[in-house]
Design a protein around this ligand. Structure first.
Ligand code: GRF
Length: 203
């Protein structure tokens, strides 16, 4: 599986993906890392493994659609079979998504459909839920509204802060995202309309 990863920030999920490839847990090749920021920390992880990094500057494009056209064109050059958003902070329009139907995945730090958008961990704490977690989903044009692939659960403790909860969820993210991508790599994961089909072995 040729995998393109889109990032905006520190890139711990990107690193988890790269490490999973390295140890053979994810049968894929990260062919490029793209960002809407000039030099996110995530690019360090890519450079360490000689993975090409590409900054696509939002300031150069007057509309979201024009940005997405430019981004899609550059991603397309690498012929990826899958595009993984990993802390990519822009909402993609159909201009981008229609270029890669059923092939764009995202990870979000809550049990969707609860707490979409920014500061999901803070939202969960403020609501007072006893469990939270992370969700890997296909991307649609909404904010964290796409069809759900897999979720992992963590407990919420009474003395949690957004940071302690985020750390607990993040540890799960680093296992869950490579696992979802491996399902895709094995051809066991696909989208039919809004329905996610997974071939689970031994079930
Ligand atoms: C993660 O919490 C992810 O769920 C969310 O953004 C954060 C990215 O973290 N979409 P990192 O850049 O992978 O460290």
């Amino acid at each position: 599986l040729r995998l393109a990863v889109l990032v905006s920030g520190r890139g711990t999920n990107l690193k988890a993906i790269i490490d999973a490839v390295e140890v053979g847990a994810l049968q894929a090749q990260v062919v490029g890392v793209f960002s809407d920021r000039p030099d996110p920390y995530a690019f360090e992880h890519a450079r360490e493994r000689n993975i090409p990094t590409v900054f696509v500057d939002p300031k150069k494009y007057p509309s979201r659609e024009e940005y997405d056209t430019a981004l899609a064109r550059q991603v397309m050059e690498l012929k990826p079979g899958c595009i993984a958003l990993a802390g990519f902070m822009r909402v993609l329009t159909p201009v981008f998504l229609n270029a890669f139907p059923g092939r764009v995945l995202n990870i979000h730090p809550s049990l969707l459909p609860s707490f979409p958008g920014l500061e999901a961990q803070r939202q969960a704490l403020e609501y007072g839920v006893r469990y939270s977690g992370c969700t890997v989903h296909f991307v649609d044009p909404g904010v964290d509204t796409g069809p759900i692939i897999i979720q992992s659960v963590v407990p919420v403790y009474q003395d949690d802060t957004p940071e302690t909860l985020a750390d607990r969820i993040l540890a799960k993210e680093h296992l869950t995202y490579p696992a979802a991508l491996q399902l895709f790599a094995e051809g066991r994961l696909r989208l039919e309309g809004r329905r996610v089909i997974i071939d689970w072995e031994n079930r």
